[in-house]
Design a protein around this ligand. Structure first.
Ligand SMILES: N[C@@H](CCC(=O)N[C@@H](CS)C(=O)NCC(=O)O)C(=O)O
Length: 210
């Protein structure tokens, strides 16, 4: 299968890291939804990153749906907990992480795509509040510092939380004071040291694996 999209997208990155941890092989094409719009559009007319082209040619979009697909392919290997209480906890953490990604991306787009005279401070203020609320929720989730961050034990909730934190720190560090989130910063540092994260570093590069 082929994963399309740049690793500066937290959604592309969570899929690239998850596929590795699930033992699934993939090729990566680092195409920009902006600078390579036409090429992207030929693969997926909706131009959403990530896009996953399955081995039979089916084109999937939305990272969460791709991960459902990947979990099915990889079963019984899974990045989700096996018991109901753990599942609920994981869904809460993933929801917070995805909200943080969404709000972070909205701020990046507002700044990068809209001309300065068309920026709307009340909207940016609202989105920033939502971003910080999601990160506050995650910080509380990880405050006990009791998650295991090895390649053999890391799960989707921690993986996505770590990717979300790294994304906002790389893209909009001035919006999020790292000192306010020590547990998330520690989670992220441990995650970024794992080979699967290092093989798919945030940025314009291509997945270093195969
Ligand atoms: N819910 C989607 C969000 C994906 C998303 O918004 N990706 C951005 C890149 S970070 C994108 O495709 N932007 C281009 C656009 O929406 O036109 C997912 O989980 O995959």
């Amino acid at each position: 299968m082929q994963l399309i999209g740049m690793l500066d997208s937290p959604y592309v990155r969570r899929v690239a890291i998850s596929l590795q941890l699930l033992g699934l092989r993939f090729e990566h094409r680092s195409l920009s939804v902006f600078r390579a719009f036409d090429e992207f559009q030929r693969i997926n007319p909706v131009v959403k990153a990530p896009t996953l082209v399955c081995d039979d040619g089916t084109v999937l979009m939305d990272s969460t749906l791709m991960l459902q697909y990947a979990e099915r392919l990889a079963a019984p290997r899974s990045l989700m907990p096996g018991h109901a209480a753990g599942w609920e906890r994981a869904l809460r953490r993933i929801g917070l992480a995805l909200a943080a990604c969404e709000k972070g991306v909205q701020i990046v787009y507002e700044r990068g795509l809209r001309p300065p005279e068309k920026q709307h401070p009340p909207w940016v203020g609202r989105v920033t509040g939502q971003l910080l609320a999601a990160l506050d929720g995650l910080e509380q989730e990880y405050a006990r510092g009791d998650v295991s961050m090895r390649s053999s034990t890391i799960q989707q909730a921690e993986l996505s939380s770590a990717v979300a934190w790294h994304f906002v720190q790389q893209m909009i560090p001035e919006v999020v004071a790292a000192t306010r989130y020590p547990a998330l910063a520690a989670l992220s540092a441990a995650a970024e040291a794992l080979p699967e994260f290092q093989a798919a570093p945030h940025g314009a590069g291509t997945f270093r694996g195969g």
